[in-house]
Unconditional design. Structure first.
Lengths: 477, 443, 256
């Protein structure tokens, strides 16, 4: 471990004080099953066996492990930090309880308390159509409203999904993101556990959001959930995920793979508010395939983690398909948010829009890494990319790395980026109206984030504003 | 196509042999530097394709066998008094014109008035002896064996070098026009340019690269390195005009550094060649320095251009501005990567970058990567990029006034180009407008 | 068959934008020397009609016919229509960076006169036309409409009209964005241009311009159709009462 890393770890406790009171508590747990540290073919075999999986999945896992081992650490993003990950020190599978519960009362008290403190059951009562709560490797609680079930909507944790709908899973699993896509997608494919399977039948409009909540509790835990969402023709669905973890002195790993398939004329919105503690490496591959006249929207908020590398991707496969990515990152002290967006225009008459907003504070680093690709056949495409970065503090850092590859002349690609600090005039105006400078700065940051927060359900918007407030206080104090 | 060829550097033919005669040229310090560069070149791998700046151009394009006899003297028959040169000579008989025909003695026209004021314009190989202190102080400071594989190659083997020095407070009013002619078919030229502009001095250089073969003989190569020093409060304008013939691959690295209060205008103009990979970098190391890059690229046929610009703000209150325009037609391709980096200690900087790409037909390909690395909050920085065809509504507007489709397209492209030329100082614009417009002919 | 006496005539024009019908069967006959005005509320389709007649790529004429001087124009490209003598002064003229007003004007006039035509009188004509519209000579070397104010753009549109001297001029909301002084200058330019052998079609929301350029015939367009036609007094009534009463009359008439 380098000195820098050690210092970072020592700093963590004080840094995350606010986070700790809200999310950072740890549960003393007797796990039903706790594997050994490290990764090898036995671990993979064990996971697959415990889940009683079909042979094709077991084989897929083993092949993926070989790819993971063979692939080098990526040279971009933050390879220095990435190479600090000790893959042999991580737990790849922990099963907290024997059976998943659909009745809140049957969930063990300590887990219940965890999710209670995070406000999950309350949210479910209020406005959600279904909730899935994952604790370490497996989903411990899952429920969905009866009326939605009756409409033929499938919303299951991925393990149950594979058991109950093996054909559906086999048909789509790994079709949007192949095992060999990148090192971390391969790792996820080898050891995945939990996540969600969603299928919405043709023409069905799921009017209330479905939510999954991901919680890492144990130190050095690796969480590798796998999510697959299929919206059949003309259907609509909104999926929300939230993530937190307690604060430990050594790092944990969150490596998810999310595959989204929007068939003709469907609509999917996928909202994430990632608020992992600052010792989590958050390395997530998210991609959507969008068919004729369908729409996919990624609404992606990154506040937590030590290093996030996440670039939600949209592949516009069918004519008239539309994609939108709204990405927000807040990089506080010692954080690196390497967030971004990718759109691939394969079919003609497709359009996409990327909006990225980042705030870097103290020595935090927020990077926008983007790709816009227009294939030969994708005539009449429109792409607009807007990146806004706000810097707070002398040592804050912002990077913009957009790549645009255009192979068709009937396109309109526009890219704009701005980097600035909080304007003195704005501060002055607000303080002249009686606000303290801190309040004024917070107001400006909230205003900066507004295009994102206004896309969130109210409860989440309120929560996000509170999180930003905490982040801002941390800097000023 | 050469871009997809699979040459590797493992074959010995691409290594620079110890016996290369260039290595023995010059005084000991220079021979040492050349030898160091040779070793670094031979040691370093060919950059992998995945590597940032090599994603769109195969480095093998610029690998050339070194096992044959060195090739620095072109045969005289090829392009000795090609039209454009004499054209310049006539028009510019009172100006400062330097004609560097592939390593032969350069001709300097109108030099007397300059030399009397202490201005030096001569072959770099001569300067190594005659202005030893200056050359030793500045050569290899910005581009050397550690700058990259092909930079190391140039640092070892440069054979056509020019040295320009302007003493403190001397103002050279007329542009110095360098004509750098490619060697004969299949040859490789290693151009080197070292410019030092003294405190509060002023200089304009038009660096024109031309020649090479239009016929179907072997592809020629040029590997050029340009180092420019703008000392305190100096004003430097540097135009790089590349109008090589079709069978020419050009690799160019340009590095400039600006001291306190210095200003620089860099004008990359890319029209010719088959494959060009040009890298322009300006470091603002002194407070209040200002750099502008105004670039224009016109690609047709199967030409491939890979341009990189870099503005590096290392001092406070420095300003930079980039306007890079690209016009693509036929089956041509362009990649443009523009980096603005503002260091933590560089406060109160302003940096802007604009990149516009005009696609004139199906089959062209444009890649654009405008990058920002901002390491402190006290900045004002924006960049914008657009890629697209001519707006059909603009064409409609012109047609509604009776102008035919083709004429309307020509007019809009000329306007696109002219809005760049208009931003140049008039004496510079005059010199390049002709080439720019000639390039638009036949559109 | 076109009316022999008509300078400009169109029949049963239907226009679609993005697959949506905006103009639903409009016909008009304009004789030499006449000034017509089409008035209507926002979204009535009056601007779409003039753009479509000029051949704007976003406005598709689905059916109908149009004749200029007895020649069918709908199969012509926009530049052919222009050279045939049709002119549209745009509501929102486009900016073309890099192309100066003078170069553009010369190219347009050359196109009208023919490739090899003598252009030695261009400078004189251009200067005079600019002077007549009180346009500062510096505009000659500025890029076309690039950074021009709304009023400057409209003046440049009228400048082009006076130089190209079309037979039939469609003026789309030429009065919008003009202050009272600019409105006077532009109106004078229009009146100077107008004579017994050409004709004007003014497309406008307000009656304002009609105080200065007197129409012989006023048509009211609503929901893509001409629903009422009258003399200058109709414009005054619209100014006073707005469009609601015409809407009401129209709704009654269609039984809606």
């Amino acid at each position: 471990m380098s000195d820098e890393i050690r210092r970072h770890n020592e700093d963590l406790a004080s840094l995350d004080k606010d986070y700790a009171t809200r999310y950072g508590f740890q549960d003393p747990v007797n796990y039903f099953h706790k594997g050994a540290r490290g990764i090898n073919h036995e671990v993979v075999e064990m996971i697959s066996r415990m889940k009683k999986e079909p042979a094709w999945m077991t084989e897929l896992r083993h092949a993926a492990l070989d790819i993971f081992t063979a692939k080098p650490i990526p040279k971009w993003g933050n390879s220095e930090l990435l190479s600090e990950i000790d893959f042999e020190n991580i737990y790849y599978f922990m099963k907290p309880i024997e059976h998943q519960q659909s009745n809140w009362d049957n969930v063990p008290e300590y887990i219940k308390k965890t999710f209670d403190r995070l406000g999950i059951p309350e949210a479910e009562r209020k406005f959600l159509g279904g909730v899935s709560a994952q604790y370490e490797s497996e989903v411990v609680y899952h429920s969905m409203r009866e009326d939605l079930k009756k409409q033929g909507i499938i919303f299951l944790d991925m393990d149950s999904g594979l058991r109950e709908h093996p054909d559906l899973v086999k048909k789509y699993f790994g079709t949007v993101i192949s095992t060999a896509d990148n090192k971390f997608a391969a790792l996820n494919t080898a050891v995945w556990s939990g996540g969600s399977l969603i299928y919405v039948p043709p023409g069905i409009d799921v009017k209330v959001p479905l939510q999954a909540y991901f919680r890492i509790n144990a130190e050095n835990m690796g969480q590798f959930e796998r999510t697959l969402i299929i919206a059949d023709k003309g259907s609509r669905v909104h999926y929300i995920e939230g993530c937190t973890a307690p604060v430990y002195s050594t790092d944990s790993l969150h490596t998810a793979v999310v595959e989204v398939i929007a068939l003709e004329d469907s609509y999917i919105r996928y909202t994430t508010i990632q608020n992992w503690s600052r010792n989590i490496f958050n390395l997530v591959t998210k991609r959507a395939s969008v068919y004729g006249n369908a729409t996919v929207e990624w609404v992606d908020g990154n506040l937590g983690s030590r290093l996030s590398m996440k670039y939600p991707c949209i592949q516009l496969m069918g004519e008239g398909a539309r994609g939108e990515i709204l990405s927000v990152a807040f990089a506080g002290k010692d954080q690196h948010q390497d967030a971004g967006a990718k759109v691939i225009h394969v079919a003609p008459n497709t359009s996409s829009r990327i909006r990225s907003k980042s705030v870097s504070k103290d020595n935090g680093r927020a990077s926008y890494r983007g790709l816009v690709k227009v294939h030969k056949n994708a005539a009449n495409t429109k792409v607009s990319v807007e990146c806004d970065a706000l810097l707070i503090g002398e040592d804050a850092r912002s990077d913009t790395y957009p790549t645009m590859e255009v192979d068709n002349d009937q396109v309109k690609v526009e890219h704009e980026a701005r980097v600035s600090k909080v304007a003195e005039e704005q501060l002055f105006y607000l303080t002249s109206r009686g606000l303290t400078e801190d309040d004024a700065r917070l107001l400006i940051v909230n205003g900066f984030m507004e295009p994102f927060t206004k896309e969130l359900p109210l409860e989440y918007a309120v929560e996000l504003n509170r999180l930003i407030e905490l982040e801002m206080e941390g800097s000023i104090g | 196509m050469s871009r997809s060829s699979q040459k590797t550097d493992t074959t010995s033919e691409y290594l620079i042999p110890e016996s290369a005669p260039e290595l023995l040229r010059g005084p000991k310090w220079l021979r040492d530097a050349r030898e160091r560069s040779r070793r670094d070149f031979n040691k370093s791998p060919v950059p992998p394709r995945g590597l940032h700046l090599w994603r769109y151009t195969d480095p093998a394009t610029f690998l050339i066998p070194h096992d044959g006899p060195p090739d620095s003297t072109p045969d005289d028959g090829v392009q000795s008094s090609e039209g454009p040169v004499s054209e310049h000579l006539e028009k510019d008989s009172t100006g400062r014109l330097v004609h560097d025909v592939g390593g032969r003695d350069i001709e300097l026209h109108g030099a007397d008035a300059l030399t009397s004021r202490g201005v030096v314009v001569c072959r770099l190989s001569e300067a190594v002896d005659r202005h030893r202190k200056l050359v030793e102080q500045y050569l290899y400071q910005l581009i050397n064996s550690r700058s990259g594989k092909f930079e190391a190659q140039n640092s070892a083997l440069w054979n056509n070098g020019i040295f320009i020095f302007v003493p403190d407070s001397v103002r050279v009013a007329e542009p110095i026009h360098l004509l750098r002619e490619a060697g004969r078919s299949g040859s490789t030229q290693f151009h080197r340019l070292l410019i030092v502009v003294g405190r509060n001095a002023e200089l304009t250089v038009v660096d024109e690269y031309f020649g090479g073969d239009d016929s179907d003989r072997n592809t020629s190569h040029a590997n050029s390195a340009v180092e420019i020093f703008g000392l305190q409060e100096s004003r430097v304008r540097y135009v790089s005009l590349q109008r090589y013939a079709h069978r020419m691959n050009s690799y160019l690295t340009h590095r400039a550094t600006l001291e306190r209060g210095a200003t620089m205008l860099t004008v990359p103009l890319d029209f010719g060649g088959a494959v060009s990979k040009h890298n322009y970098g300006v470091s603002l190391v002194g407070e209040g320095a200002e750099s502008n890059i105004i670039g224009l690229l016109f690609a047709s046929g199967r030409q491939h251009f890979d341009n990189h610009t870099r503005h590096h703000h290392a001092a406070s209150r420095t300003q930079s501005n980039i306007d890079f325009k690209t016009v693509l037609r036929d089956k041509s391709t362009s990649a443009y990567t523009g980096l603005i980096r503002i260091e933590n200690e560089a406060k109160g900087c302003e940096a802007y970058q604009e990149n516009r790409n005009l696609l004139l037909n199906r089959g062209v390909r444009a890649e654009v990567i405008p990058e920002l690395e901002i390491l402190n909050e006290d900045v004002s920085c924006t960049h914008g990029a657009t890629i697209g065809p001519i707006d059909p509504l603009t064409i409609f507007y012109l047609k509604s006034r009776g102008i035919e489709q083709e004429a309307a397209v020509r007019m809009i492209v000329a306007g696109f180009v002219d809005s760049t030329l208009k931003r140049l100082p008039s004496d510079v614009a005059e010199r390049v407008a002709g080439f720019a417009h000639r390039r638009l002919e036949g559109l | 068959m076109p009316d022999q006496k008509a300078l400009f005539e169109f029949n049963d024009i239907h226009v679609e934008v993005d697959g949506k019908q905006i103009v639903s069967g409009v016909s008009l006959k304009i004789l030499p020397g006449e000034i017509h005005a089409i008035m209507g509320p926002n979204g009535s389709g009056k601007s779409s009609l003039s753009n479509a007649l000029m051949g704007h790529p976003d406005y598709a004429i689905m059916s109908g016919e149009a004749f200029l001087d007895g020649r069918s124009i709908l199969s012509m490209s926009a530049d052919e229509r222009s050279r045939a003598g049709l002119y549209l002064a745009f509501q929102y003229p486009l900016a073309i960076p890099g192309v100066t007003v003078a170069n553009f004007m010369r190219a347009a006039l050359q196109a009208h006169r023919g490739k090899d035509a003598d252009m030695s009188d261009f400078r004189k004509l251009f200067k005079a036309a600019m002077k007549a519209l009180l346009i500062d000579p510096s505009f000659a070397t500025r890029y076309l409409n690039d950074g021009f104010s709304g009023g400057e753009k409209k003046r440049i549109e009228i400048l082009q009209m006076s130089m190209l001297n079309p037979k039939m001029a469609l003026l789309d909301e030429t009065d919008s964005g003009l202050d009272i002084d600019a409105l006077k200058i532009v109106s004078e330019g229009i009146n100077r241009f107008h004579n017994d052998s050409n004709a004007l079609l003014l497309v406008t929301h307000y009656q304002r311009l009609l105080n200065y350029v007197k129409p012989h015939h006023v048509h009211v367009m609503i929901h893509g159709r001409i629903v009422k036609t009258g003399g200058p007094e109709l414009a005054l009534k619209l100014e006073e009462l707005g469009y609601d009463w015409v809407e009401a009359e129209y709704a009654q008439g269609t039984g809606a």
